[in-house]
Design a protein. Structure first.
Length: 409
């Protein structure tokens, strides 16, 4: 990741400050030895040294540093016709190495971000089996240059997007959920009908921060099902069980600190005894199908993490606690808190990585390393809120990160 080069640069500068500023060949050799896979980031660091960025930063008074950073970043971006993120990264990396800025506690990979931006541009304009018009090609070429992407990177991205389009097309029409009012039981639990259909489960090979157990494969769900619109709340749990085990307290907060075993052997049987229907946990496939809501991108309907705040409580905005259900925006099918707030138990055992073969109504194996949980939580980062992100815990686990929602038969 590009931030690794910055951390190494800081360590090298701390030990050999004069040599770093005056001997670019030696700096290049050291960075190549310590970060052999970071050619682009190393070239950027050396470009900054060539343009005397560190010398300029050292020469300004502390109160003028902020303006100098901006002006240096802008000048570099304009001079080399590159995206502003690169100019900013370059000067900030040198400022951190010189101990003028604190180290970045939320590291990012600007080159992976650049690839993702170009991929999103391709997704917006490409159509299956159709060539792009010449004017669109020229605009993409300009974007490629600004994002410092090599021709081989662009060719790979075009192949990935084209393959994803063909896969989506081969599935036929995605099930469209008509607007509907939820069915509400006497506990105030609302359920929306999810129409059977086919979708691509798991993550595409290019998806940022994907894990190895998310191989993309076609799944067919042959039966409609009714999924709860929100996670089960503490008030709803209290009415069924007569207690509230949650660490965070509030009637409309999602219940937490409940194990898979408690839900399946105690809560659901008591709920079923009320004779308002038959309830169960969703399968992992049902959960992801509803989370995606017809979308095929990392977060369902969108790819850019910037949009996640509208839908999810996670470590960027949750302030280390759960929040009342339904206070963020619902996904396109009307489900709230599918991402963030609390992880949600699913029915399946976790059996390791998916295969790539198509499946129909999968329910997981008969045993595994733990029970599946999905959706991320208030404590996790955006990567755990991706539709394909998977977690698992032993079924007896009770922690403040995990809750659940139900399927009604």
């Amino acid at each position: 990741m590009s931030e690794l080069v910055g951390h190494i640069l800081k360590k090298v500068y701390t030990q050999y400050p004069q040599q770093v500023l005056s001997e670019p060949e030696n700096l290049l050799q050291m960075l190549q030895e310590l970060c052999p896979d970071e050619e682009q980031a190393i070239r950027m660091v050396l470009l900054g040294l060539e343009r005397q960025v560190p010398q300029a930063l050292l020469a300004v008074p502390k109160e003028e540093l902020k303006n100098t950073l901006k002006s240096q970043a802008l000048a570099l971006s304009e001079q080399y016709a590159m995206h502003p993120r690169f100019g900013l990264w370059l000067v900030q990396t040198w400022a951190r190495a010189l101990d003028l800025l604190p180290l970045n506690l939320n590291p990012v990979n600007i080159f992976a971000e650049a690839e993702q931006e170009y991929r999103q541009a391709l997704q917006a304009v490409m159509l299956p089996e159709q060539s792009l018009p010449e004017n669109m090609r020229k605009e993409l070429k300009l974007l490629q240059q600004q994002l410092l992407l090599k021709d081989e990177q662009v060719q790979r991205l075009e192949a990935e997007v084209s393959q994803a389009l063909r896969l989506s097309q081969s599935l036929g029409a995605v099930a469209v959920q008509a607007p509907q009012e939820p069915e509400v039981n006497r506990l105030g639990m609302g359920f929306l009908k999810v129409t059977a259909g086919r979708f691509l489960m798991g993550s595409a090979p290019h998806e940022y921060q994907r894990e190895a157990d998310e191989a993309q494969h076609e799944v067919t769900l042959t039966q409609d099902f009714y999924l709860q619109t929100h996670p089960v709340t503490q008030s709803q749990w209290q009415k069924v069980m007569g207690n509230n085990p949650s660490d965070f307290k509030g009637p409309n907060l999602p219940v937490d600190n409940v194990s898979w075993n408690e839900i399946v052997t105690q809560f659901i049987p008591r709920l079923n005894a009320r004779e308002e229907g038959t309830y169960r946990l969703p399968t992992e496939a049902e959960w992801e199908y509803a989370c995606r809501a017809g979308g095929s991108q990392a977060y369902g309907a969108f790819e850019d993490v910037v949009n996640l705040d509208r839908y999810a409580w996670y470590n960027h905005n949750a302030q280390f606690q759960t929040h009342p259900v339904g206070t963020k925006q619902a996904n396109p099918w009307g489900f709230y808190d599918m991402q963030g707030n609390v992880w949600e138990w699913c029915q399946d055992w976790y059996g390791g990585p998916y295969g790539t073969a198509a499946q129909t109504d999968p329910t997981g194996g008969s045993a595994g390393m733990g029970r599946v949980m999905r959706g991320g939580s208030w404590f996790g980062g955006p990567e755990s809120c991706r539709c394909a992100a998977r977690g698992y815990m032993a079924p007896e686990t009770r922690i403040r990160l995990i809750g659940f929602r139900l399927v009604k038969a």
